[in-house]
Ligand binder design. Structure first.
Ligand SMILES: Nc1ncnc2c1ncn2[C@@H]1O[C@H](COP(=O)(O)OP(=O)(O)OP(=O)(O)O)[C@@H](O)[C@H]1O
Ligand SMILES: Cc1ncc(CO)c(N)n1
Length: 217
């Protein structure tokens, strides 16, 4: 589903064109009315009206992973909190980074302890992973229990879309039938592998992409 068309490179976002909510609704309905849907990942929403379109169909969206995208890795603003809030109640897994968790809660989320508290406070019926970016330690709150997921830090400037990659991988594993903790653990392994595969790439003046298809290279 295309919710917005962005003009961006590794250095920043120079234009955003929002797709009208009725066109997003038509895209969703075209798929839902015809195809079996096993999993869903929501990234940049762009407007509260589009969030309402998605929320209205949430009962038909299995394994819903919501990545509350607010700012691009390059630092450019993409969406507001009001475009994410209507979806929180429906997420099976919510995957904010520290800044996004902080924006949703209206407080600073920086330390490991603040991440743990944020994950617990954001979790409802669904689970929450607060991601820790280059520190590589994420915090999962699932079924009321908070666990730290310690990964191997990859020394790289190419991390553009690491959060999007992580959320999409969680949704994919859920679609394959994994329980949330397994889906999150395997998604983290995949992101580390894709970050590691692109560590020597020199693409553009800002943070470059991950090597998503490393295993086929
Ligand atoms: N340099 C790194 N080394 C290892 N793991 C990393 C690194 N950077 C990010 N990660 C991992 O990538 C996943 C995505 O988290 P991150 O916090 O980077 O998302 P994000 O900031 O939302 O990304 P984006 O905005 O680029 O989509 C997490 O599991 C995090 O631990
Ligand atoms: C459209 C879009 N979504 C998410 C990100 C995350 O970096 C980005 N740069 N652009």
């Amino acid at each position: 589903m295309i919710t917005a068309v962005t003009a961006q490179n590794t250095r920043g976002v120079t234009a955003v064109h929002h797709v009208p909510p009725d066109v997003v609704a038509a895209q969703l309905d075209a798929v839902l009315d015809d195809l079996p849907v096993a999993g869903v990942k929501v990234g940049m929403v762009g407007s509260p009206a589009v969030a309402e379109v998605i929320a209205a169909r949430a009962h038909r969206l299995p394994g819903l992973v919501v990545d509350p995208v607010l700012v691009a890795t390059s630092g450019s603003r993409l969406s507001g909190v009001a475009s994410v809030r209507p979806l929180l109640a429906y997420a099976m897994v919510l995957t904010p980074n520290r800044d996004e968790a902080g924006a949703l809660l209206g407080r600073r989320v920086t330390t490991a302890e603040e991440m743990a508290r944020a994950a617990a406070d954001l979790a409802g019926p669904g689970s929450v992973v607060v991601t820790g970016s280059e520190a590589a330690t994420d915090v999962l709150c699932h079924d009321g229990a908070v666990t730290f997921l310690r990964g191997e830090p990859v020394a790289t400037r190419n991390n553009h879309g690491s959060g999007c990659t992580f959320a999409a991988a969680v949704a994919t594993r859920l679609a394959h039938g994994d329980a949330v903790p397994d889906a999150v653990r395997r998604a983290k392994e995949y992101v580390t592998h894709a970050l590691d595969g692109a560590r020597d790439w020199q693409l553009g003046g800002g943070p470059g992409p991950l090597h998503h298809f490393r295993r086929y290279a």
